[in-house]
Write a protein of this length. Structure first.
Ligand SMILES: Nc1ncnc2c1ncn2[C@@H]1O[C@H](COP(=O)(O)OP(=O)(O)O)[C@@H](O)[C@H]1O
Ligand SMILES: [Mg+2]
Length: 254
């Protein structure tokens, strides 16, 4: 991926403070279309705070955010969603008592105007069918979409949450710990979903503590430590030992 092209999504020099705690300190982060970025760092490094700035969940104290080269200000997560940026938080927020298809469509009425019109006319059967197609399109096989989410296994729930986010994303998909609590086979499926999202030309931000997954699926890795970027380099320049050392600070980078 050429560095001379305008990044799809970028934050420049952003800072975030919670009272006296400096959670982000002059962070630069960019992602190109069709690129998978691994975002890693120890607990408290600032990953979730950066995700919240990228997803519009909160506004940074300083710095700027650019989408396709144009400065943007997100007043709420809906602003970012509307602009094509989807975020799967660690806690996926599925509604257990609703069906799979209801979960796929949940919260979209306000976001996608085309769907609003469509939803009014969709029968339950059509909605089940569309949800199933959405999930299939991103490579997720779930049992009948009219089943309630509470009947699904943990792995299947996570698959629905990922499928919902990936199928709706138009530009950027941010996945916070999507392979947590998954078995090896299910985790491998999630990595496949990430690869397909990349092939669709999405920018993917993949946050994980499972370093072999990060090394396997990403093009570039950004390491945060205590609110600062301490490494931002092609994945091919890391091995597991170097990555771990960079995260913990045992290997000094800057
Ligand atoms: N809502 C909050 N209020 C106060 N401090 C916070 C809040 N959220 C995060 N922090 C602090 O900001 C720093 C970065 O946290 P976070 O972004 O959650 O890191 P990570 O996701 O990498 O574990 C930590 O020191 C954390 O304690
Ligand atoms: Mg976190």
């Amino acid at each position: 991926m050429s560095n001379s092209t305008t990044p799809l999504y970028e934050v420049r020099n952003i800072g975030k403070q919670y009272g006296s705690v400096v959670a982000l300190d002059g962070v630069n982060f960019k992602i190109h279309a069709g690129e998978v970025i691994g975002l890693v760092g120890d607990n408290g490094a600032g990953k979730s705070t950066l995700v919240k700035a990228l997803s519009g969940a909160h506004q940074p104290s300083s710095g700027e955010i650019l989408l396709e080269g144009k400065p943007v200000v997100w007043k709420s997560p809906h602003d970012a969603l509307e602009a094509g940026i989807e975020t799967l938080y660690q806690d996926s927020g599925l509604a257990p008592d609703l069906s799979v298809s209801a979960n796929v469509f949940l919260g979209r009425e306000k976001v996608v105007s085309g769907i609003l019109g469509k939803l009014g006319f969709l029968s339950q059967k059509q909605m089940d069918k569309e949800a199933h197609e959405d999930l299939e399109r991103v490579g997720i096989a779930v049992p009948a979409s009219n089943r309630s989410v509470s009947q699904l296994s943990g792995g299947q729930r996570q698959a629905v949450a990922i499928g919902r986010a990936v199928s709706w994303a138009r530009k950027v998909i941010i996945l916070d710990e999507p392979t947590n609590h998954l078995g090896a086979r299910q985790a491998a499926e999630v990595l496949q979903i990430i690869k397909r999202a990349k092939e669709r030309g999405l920018g993917v931000v993949f946050i994980s503590h499972t370093l072999p997954h990060v090394l396997q699926v990403t093009d570039r890795i950004v390491v945060l430590r205590l609110g600062r970027v301490v490494a931002d380099a092609p994945t091919s320049t890391f091995d597991a030992e170097k990555l771990l050392g960079t995260i913990t600070g045992l290997i000094e980078t800057k």
